[in-house]
Design a protein around this ligand. Structure first.
Ligand code: FDA
Length: 391
């Protein structure tokens, strides 16, 4: 039986940050991961360039049953702390848009810096072996296929089930049940939405078209691109709204967020009475979209043939196009999982379970989910640091 100070289950973003923090503070740390390769999600994130944090991190940009919970960790290990680490390792990066920071070359640079920091902290790794048993008591004991490790502290950092082909599992929830911790029902987030049968032909005809829009679920609105797919809608605005969307609820798109005047089409009629509706809509929407919307939804005519009232109604329809998503595209396509181990079970400074001293939960396993744009990695760094610091 290998004796250690801290066992970290899961060597992803949060687990590595926790391990390097505890290790550099002098703790004897063992990271256990069933995957042979650590940090798979870091490597595939941001199209291989890892959107590792965001300049505009704020607690309001995280979804959590207790919106105050993430504040402590986010304020004690901030985006500036992680940027400082990235700079110390000489990793070149840039802001793409909306405060999103990406590596200039490859995400491997982020994984390499975490592993180098773990090495500096003397962290040990057991990888490529399934965990066969976890037991509590005075010391936590973890068995893998070939190893037994015991420690007074155990950190659950096994993430959440989004994109199972990366090795993602719901193991954290199994452990939560074993130790009697509550769970906020998990669901896919940052995920494309599949439309109901009646609107699918229109979506299919628009497949590949992206248009700046506002996507609004019942709780939040996002102004960014909406992308039509052969089964529904995606793109950053929809992915963001999807984390707030619940089955059965509508999703409303404003396809003309920059057209504020309700008489816009009426004014165009005065200027171009012989122009067709689809031509005039092509001034403010991609041409293919203007055509397909006229074919499937609005009808087409010369503006001069349409009453002012009809033109106002047409504009209002485009500014408030209500869709009824049938479902999300599920965990296979979800960048994150919303929900997870309930935050009222955890101390917000240390991420330690109130009822199981020595047990900590960090990263995506916790019921804290960030917006698209580097927020989820920042949560992994901040919560990982908080637990590592405490351990
Ligand atoms: P993470 O999933 O990183 O790590 C969990 C670790 O636990 C893995 O190494 C896994 O192998 C291991 N594990 C799982 N089950 C186990 C078991 N039973 N036994 C042992 N080990 C087990 N976020 C962001 O901020 N910017 C971005 O650009 C992106 N891009 C992105 C792209 C894609 C395709 C996905 C799927 C996700 C993103 N994300 C993202 C989200 C981000 O990747 C995610 O929030 C963090 O990786 C979560 O960090 P964790 O350490 O909590 O889990």
């Amino acid at each position: 039986m290998r004796q250690a100070d801290v066992i970290v289950l899961g060597g992803g973003a949060a687990g590595l940050m926790c391990a390097l923090t505890a290790g550099q503070a002098g703790a004897d740390v063992v990271v256990i991961d069933h995957a042979k390769k650590l940090g798979t999600k870091i490597l595939i994130a941001g199209g291989g360039r890892c959107n590792f944090t965001n300049l505009e991190v704020a607690p309001e940009r995280f979804i959590c049953a207790n919106p105050h919970f993430p504040k402590s960790a986010l304020s004690r290990y901030t985006q500036w702390d992680f940027i400082d680490l990235v700079q110390r390792h000489g990793v070149p990066y840039h802001e793409k848009k909306l405060g999103q920071l990406f590596c200039d070359d490859t995400a491997q640079r982020i994984l390499d810096l975490l592993l180098a920091e773990c090495a500096a902290g003397g962290v040990d790794f057991i990888t490529g072996e399934a965990v066969t048993a976890v037991e509590g008591g005075e010391r936590f004991r973890v068995a893998t296929e070939q190893h037994h490790v015991a420690a007074p502290r155990l950190v659950i950092a096994t993430g959440a089930p989004s994109v199972p082909k990366t090795g993602a599992t719901g193991f954290a929830y199994d452990l939560a049940r074993q130790f009697g911790l509550g769970i906020v029902e998990p669901r896919p987030g940052l995920v494309p939405l599949r439309l109901a049968e009646d609107t699918r032909p229109l979506a299919k005809s628009l497949s590949g078209v992206a248009v700046p829009s506002e996507a609004r679920s019942e709780r939040m609105a996002f102004h960014e691109n909406v992308l039509f797919t052969h089964r529904g809608v995606s793109g950053p605005a929809v992915l963001q709204a999807s984390s707030y969307w619940r089955p059965g609820e509508p999703l409303t798109l404003d396809l003309l967020p920059d057209v504020g005047d309700p008489d816009h089409l009426v004014a165009r009629k005065r200027a171009r009475p012989r122009a067709e509706l689809k031509t005039v809509l092509g001034e403010v929407l991609p041409n293919r979209m203007a055509e397909r919307l006229c074919d499937h939804l609005l009808g087409n005519a010369r503006l001069g043939q349409l009453k002012d009232k009809e033109l106002r109604r047409t504009l209002a329809r485009l500014k408030q196009w209500t869709l009824t998503p049938e479902a999300t595209e599920g965990y296979a396509k979800a960048e994150v999982t919303v929900g997870g181990i309930a935050t009222d079970e955890l101390n917000q400074r240390t991420m330690e379970a109130h009822k199981v001293p020595g047990l900590h939960v960090i990263g995506e396993a916790v019921d804290v989910t960030g917006w698209l744009g580097g927020y989820n990695f920042q949560w992994a760094w901040s919560s990982g640091w908080a637990a590592g610091h405490a351990a």
